[in-house]
Every structure is written in structure tokens, then in C-alpha cells.
Design a protein around this ligand. Structure first.
Ligand code: FAD
Length: 532
């Protein structure tokens, strides 16, 4: 059976999503949270109702077979998956739709599109699966020298091309989605094991371009750690880096392109480091009196050199919202995994660190309870979460997340400052209280990566300014209190004002110079990371 196409409004493919029971349960919870009896429900426009400007360019005949200016393609490539994307989609605003969507089937076709964009002075927006939550793939060209926009969708570059079992690495095309990547490695008993929450609908190239964070809570946190070498098409030619397990030869060319968010070139292939599939697992849920006590236990685990693969503390409200707890305690979901050795010693020592801070395992006599009780409940909620946003925005519920990192000695004050700034902004923007919760996604010996979720009840017609007021206040608090504007969601267009404050000015000059060297016409993803 043919696969359904991806939704242009919502997560996943057409026909997928929350069940009616899941929607009812979620809305019941929000009714209690906001103390209301119902919601103002708005339906997003159908494809035929969306008005698009006439395309400003036409693909030359040689490229036409893999270019489209059909409404579905243009609409589905206008926005990513952030709250502001959904709010504008709900309002039927598609003014920044690309003129053309190109679907190259190999690197030669990528190069042809890049050459054509140069002669047409058209912006080129590299597009993986469009799961950006920071405005990373929106073709905004106002104020640039570009006269049209091409979205370059890499979905057909989807093969594992070559496997080196000796060094445990593979050469993989950049447009492959997470599940197809793992399916091609499975017959070789190998795995990349990079599982962002968006795993099903995001691509290897997107992960590399955004420095995504996977499920490993420690050690291999970012995709950076798995990249062995890269192949990138730029308007000035192809850059291919050397396969090496490590190198001290000057600044790393890989590192220039990892996190470059489509502004320096199109990543077409990467050699990535693989692992044996895990055979041993140990873990489960541990309850703590409160969030900060749990954080102190996690710091002890991180500084003991134990490197758990999962180590998420949910604050009491987040535990309750996801069904992993009752709101009276913080829950730590911790797990270790290995393809090589049993993990009893690792989980044993980690539980000792937790016990030192009053942590009580939910299943005290079971080394591996990572798929039971609160841990399994959290896992289920985590997998289903992406499908909720499209239902919430229709009810004017502003639901969003932001993530950061901070060193341990500043963490507690930082957490309180950011949380209260966001709570105040919710009250100011919407006239009523909302909710701000926090969990850890990743941990380091010198600090955690806290991940905040906020919920507010907005008003249709005002959702965008209301969201922006809250988002701005949270971002300002993060930067003022010393954190990073993003730990793994990237900069895109939405985080630019705070990224500009965070990065040293001379570094920005160097990045601009690098961009001019590979993209002298300024075609690649204008507005992201730096201006010309
Ligand atoms: C529900 C949800 C959960 C998420 N969970 C996580 C998470 O756990 N961890 C995390 O890190 N992020 C997460 N994200 C954010 C997002 O999934 C990541 O940024 C992801 O890496 C983007 O991959 P993509 O293929 O969808 O890229 P896109 O969204 O298509 O593109 C992202 C950026 O990369 C550029 N780009 C894409 N492909 C290429 C390429 N081949 N060459 C050059 N540039 C390219 C684009 O131009 C754009 O700037 C989540 C998003 C959603 C909606």
C-alpha cells in the first residue's frame, strides 16, 4: 500500500494522530488546568482554501521532472512544527511559501538545482523532514537580494550506501528518515542509536545541520559525536572531509558544517559511527521528594563517570501531566544499555547515588524495569506528545517547549528565574495563570540540559503575539541568567536575537566570512544564524 503523504498541518502522515480518547483525556486535563468548561475550536483551512502567490520562477525543462509548484508541495514546505508555525497555518497565512519545491534523487541533481538557483538568484532552503521548531526551513526572503525561493527536499537521498563493519561506520545519504536508516542497519546487527523525539519524521542531514540531541542522556548526547566525515554541496563546489576516528589537524572542517543549519551548503552524505545493538539493559524509575533533590542525585551520577543512556528527571507537575506520577514527587527515569556487558554494577552504583539523596526505586528488587510502571508510562507519553500540538492550537491552547544548558553551580537559581519569568509572561500575555514544568533531557559532569514546557490559554486572533510575548520573556531570561538559547533545537530564525547576544561578535564575523567563501550570492537559507 502506498504511504500516505506527510501532513501539511500537523505531525506525521495523513490519517495518523491522536485517538478520540486521547484528545478527550488531554482536553479534560487542560479544562482542569485552566478552570474552564470548554474551548473555542477553530478548524485549519483545507488545501483548496489556502491562497498562494503565483510562483515567481519556473523550473527549466531539464529540472522540471523533479521540481513542483503544486499547492500541496508549496504549503507543506512553508512551515516547520513550532507553535508559531501551527498558529500561522491555522490562520491560513502562507505568504512565505516557496515558489518551487525540488526533490533531487541524487547528488548530481542537487548540484543542478544549486547551479540553477545561482543563475535565477533564488534562495535555497535545504529541507530534511521539516521538523524544525525554530523557523529553520521557512523561506523568508524579504529584505534579501533573492527574488524567489526554492525548497530543496532531500527525502529521496535515503540510502545506506556502504558499511564498514571493521571500524563500525556507515556512509549514509542525508535525506534518510530515522526509521528507514535504522531498518537498513538492522540486518548488519548495527545501529546509530540517535533517537531525537522527532526520530520518525526527521532526517540524518537535518540532525547534522541542527546538532540534534538524541536519547543518550550522557556521553553521546549530540549527533556531532557520531559524525566521522561529511560530503557537502556548496554553490562554490563540493567539500568532502577525511574519514578519521579523531584528528588534531587545526579547526575541524566537519565542525564547521555540523550545526550550520543550511547556510553553508547541502549535506548530501555522511559517514557516521555505529554501535552494536544493545543486548544488556538496566534501569527503571526512582522517586524523589522534589526536583532539586533529584537534580543533586543526578549530578552525583554524572560526576561518577557512569554515563547512563537515559537520565530524565521529571518535575512533579511534568510527571503528573504525563501520567508517570501523581504530582507529589519528582521522577527520575534512568537506564543503562550495552551491546557488550552486563550493567548490574553500573545501575547498582547509580542507585546508591540516588539513595544518598533519598531516591526510592519504584521496583527495588528488579535491575531492569525500564519498560515498566512510571518509566514505561513516561516513554509512552513521550512518543505520543508530538501529535498533541495540532489539537491544542485549534483550541487556542498555547503549548510550547524550550531547552537550554547551565552549569551545576548556577542551576537552581537559574531554574527559578526562568520559570518565574515565563509564568509572569503567561499571566501578562493571556490574563490568567498557565503552567511551566521542567525536566532534564541530557546531563554532563558540569551541568544539566533543562527542558521547559509551558501551557497557556490564549485567544484566537491573538495567538501569535501572545506566544511571542511568552517566548521572548523566556528567551531573555535564559540568556540574562547565563544559559544557552538552545541546547539542541537549533537557532533558525526564531532564536536569532538571543543567539546574536550569546555568540561573540568576532565569531559572527568569521562565520559571515566563511559563508561568503562558499555562498557568495547569499542564497543558502537567508536569515538563519548570520546576516550577510
Ligand atoms: C515533536 C518534535 C520533537 C523534537 N525532538 C527533538 C529532539 O529530541 N532533539 C532534537 O535535537 N531536536 C528535536 N526536534 C527538532 C527537530 O526535529 C530537529 O532540529 C531535527 O534535527 C530536524 O531534522 P529535519 O530533518 O526535520 O530537518 P529540517 O527541519 O528539515 O531542517 C532543519 C534545519 O536543517 C537544515 N537542513 C536540513 N537538512 C539539511 C541538509 N541535508 N543539509 C544542510 N542543511 C540541512 C534546514 O535548512 C534547517 O535549517 C523536535 C521537533 C519536533 C517537532
Amino acid at each position: 500500500m502506498a504511504e500516505q503523504r506527510l501532513k501539511y498541518f500537523g505531525w506525521g502522515r495523513e490519517g495518523e494522530g491522536m485517538t478520540a480518547e486521547e484528545v478527550t483525556a488531554a482536553l479534560d486535563r487542560y479544562q482542569r488546568l485552566f478552570d474552564v468548561t470548554g474551548f473555542d475550536d477553530v478548524v485549519p483551512p483545507g488545501l483548496l482554501e489556502i491562497k498562494l502567490r503565483e510562483p515567481r520562477i519556473v523550473a527549466p525543462p531539464a529540472l522540471a521532472p523533479y521540481c513542483s509548484s503544486e499547492a500541496y508541495d508549496r504549503v507543506a514546505h512553508t512551515y516547520g512544527k513550532s507553535f508559531s508555525d501551527y498558529a500561522r497555518g491555522l490562520a491560513g497565512k502562507y505568504g512565505s511559501a516557496p515558489d518551487i519545491v525540488a526533490y533531487p534523487r541524487n547528488e548530481a541533481e542537487v548540484t543542478s538545482i544549486v547551479d540553477w538557483a545561482g543563475s535565477a538568484q533564488a534562495a535555497l532552503i535545504p529541507f530534511g523532514a521539516g521538523s524544525s521548531v525554530v523557523g529553520g526551513i521557512e523561506p523568508k526572503i524579504d529584505g534579501t537580494s533573492c527574488r524567489a525561493a526554492i525548497s530543496l527536499d532531500l527525502r529521496y537521498l535515503d540510502r545506506v550506501v556502504e558499511i564498514d563493519p571493521t571500524s563500525r561506520a556507515a556512509r549514509i545519504e542525508a535525506g534518510v528518515f530515522g526509521p528507514a536508516l535504522e531498518a537498513q542497519l538492522r540486518p548488519h546487527s548495527l545501529t546509530l542509536r540517535h533517537f531525537p523525539q522527532s526520530f520518525e519524521y526527521s532526517t540524518l542531514g537535518g540532525w547534522i545541520a541542527t546538532r540534534s540531541g538524541g536519547h543518550f542522556a550522557s556521553l553521546y548526547t549530540h549527533i556531532d559525536d557520531f559524525v566521522e566525515s561529511l560530503r557537502v554541496v556548496t554553490p562554490r563546489g563540493v567539500v568532502e572531509t577525511r574519514r578519521l576516528p579523531g584528528s588534531g589537524a587545526g579547526p575541524s572542517p566537519d565542525r564547521l558544517f555540523i550545526g550550520s543549519e543550511g547556510i553553508l551548503g547541502i549535506i548530501t552524505q555522511a559517514w557516521v559511527r555505529l554501535q552494536d545493538r544493545p543486548r544488556f539493559r538496566a534501569g527503571g524509575a526512582i522517586r524523589f521528594a522534589d526536583f532539586f533533590t533529584a537534580a543533586r542525585a543526578v549530578r552525583a551520577v554524572a560526576q561518577a563517570g557512569l554515563y547512563p543512556s537515559n537520565c530524565r528527571i521529571l518535575d512533579p507537575q511534568e510527571a503528573q501531566n504525563t501520567g508517570a506520577g501523581d504530582g507529589s514527587s519528582a521522577i527520575l527515569v534512568m537506564a543503562f544499555e550495552s551491546g557488550d556487558h552486563p550493567l548490574d554494577a553500573w545501575i547498582g552504583r547509580a542507585l546508591e547515588c540516588c539513595a544518598d539523596h533519598g531516591g526510592e526505586p519504584e521496583h527495588p528488587n528488579k535491575a531492569d524495569a525500564h519498560r515498566e510502571g512510571a518509566a514505561e508510562q513516561w516513554r509512552h507519553a513521550f512518543i505520543r506528545m508530538p501529535y498533541a500540538r495540532e489539537h491544542l492550537v485549534k483550541r487556542a491552547i498555547i503549548a510550547d517547549t524550550f531547552e537550554t544548558a547551565i552549569t551545576w553551580e548556577r542551576f537552581e537559581a537559574f531554574h527559578d528565574t526562568v520559570k518565574s519569568a515565563t509564568e509572569s509572561a503567561i499571566r501578562e500575555a493571556t490574563g490568567r495563570s498557565g503552567q511551566v514544568t521542567c525536566r532534564f533531557t541530557h546531563i554532563y559532569p558540569d551541568g544539566p540540559a533543562p527542558y521547559f514546557t509551558f501551557h497557556a490559554l490564549g485567544r484566537h486572533g491573538e495567538l501569535l503575539p501572545q506566544w511571542r510575548m511568552i517566548k521572548n520573556a523566556a528567551s531573555e531570561a535564559l540568556i540574562t541568567a547565563g544559559g544557552t538559547i538552545t541546547h539542541h533545537h537549533a537557532v533558525g530564525r526564531d532564536h536569532r536575537p538571543w543567539y546574536d547576544k550569546q555568540r561573540p561578535e568576532l565569531f559572527a564575523s568569521a562565520l559571515r566570512a566563511a559563508k561568503r567563501a562558499v555562498d557568495p550570492q547569499g542564497l543558502l537559507n537567508p536569515g538563519v544564524l548570520v546576516d550577510p
